[in-house]
Design a protein around this ligand. Sequence first.
Ligand code: NAD
Ligand code: TYD
Length: 350
Amino acid sequence: MENILITGGAGFIGSHVVRLFVNKYPNYQIFNLDKLTYAGNLENLTDIEGAPNYSFLKGDIVDSDFLANIFNKHNFDAVIHLAAESHVDRSISNPLEFIKTNIVGTVELLNAARTSWGTNFEGKRFYHISTDEVYGSLGEKGLFEETTPYDPRSPYSSSKASSDHLVRAYFHTYGLPVVISNCSNNYGSHQFPEKLIPLFINNIKNNKPLPVYGKGENIRDWLWVNDHAKAIDLIFHKGKNGETYNIGGHNEWTNIALIKELCHIMDEQLSRSKGTSERLITFVKDRAGHDARYAIDASKIKDELGWIPSITFEEGLRQTVNWYLENVEWLNRVTSGDYQNYYQNQYQKR
Ligand code: NAD
Ligand code: TYD
């Protein structure tokens, strides 16, 4: 039996990772630690919340006493760390929250693991989940490699870059068995509708304007969240200590091309005449310091661990659109804020 702490498991990617591990590894005890910020939603996990190998721990990774307590109590063998403030626009209006959770929180977690594990790291692992945004912004050519120098440009990416450096410092200084992965933009079910794809699906559905930043020419590489979760599973079990793995979809889109594709799929799914949703496109003031292009060279994870994305973007996007259209209740509760009462109702009364 292995006790695994997953942080940020009530969020978008974390909920997919928790679900995968709970279902695939009945011998692991999965502990999901989450503060339940606006981005944390336990309704993402209703299908597995009763599983015998799953427990939820409400808490803040910045709180060292809380961390010491749970490490003492549960003797975690491994940590998969996803908890973070994750939205670039929020980091522009409130950088400090990103410094607290993403940097201080990561160091608190590293310290808790170090204290708990002492000097015997046999069978232990600290896996830090990061983003390709730490590498900065690309021009027309080139790809981010694991050796690309860090050049973060938003408060969000700077806080993630800082946390990556600290995780590496704990490997070099204390020998903590760490592994890091840096992934491109994820899309899929259960994503909070402030990020591009779920926000635009919801707006198209409700005939609301689609706010495209600048000219919509910025480029992102999109990966289906379930493929990210599979890569995390592989790196967690087969990755080498001290190594970094880039994860990407080989799937670059300008925002405007992606939005038009989304409009096209939504017109079909909502039986609207062709071109209806595109009329909602509204160009708005650009994001401050908007990174031009992200693109990943994912050959290391392919060559060393045999990972490649399992589905095409066309398939993934259609599946994603269908999920949001079929899960109207989830979307309504997220947009109304009702999901925040779920913890109270589900856990506090027990
Ligand atoms: P998210 O915002 O959907 O979820 C973050 C989760 O962390 C939430 O459940 C939130 O409640 C929790 N959390 C926040 N602060 C906390 C704290 N102080 N203590 C405990 N829990 C806290 O984020 P996401 O999109 O699922 O991203 C997860 C991780 O993956 C992040 O580390 C992010 O940097 C990284 N990442 C995201 C993407 C992407 O496209 N979304 C791409 C690459 C890497
Ligand atoms: P986002 O989903 O916020 O992810 P990130 O900034 O981490 O890449 O945004 C994806 C792209 O879409 C990014 O170039 C900004 C752009 N965007 C818009 O044009 N309008 C919006 O309302 C949002 C949220 C994003």
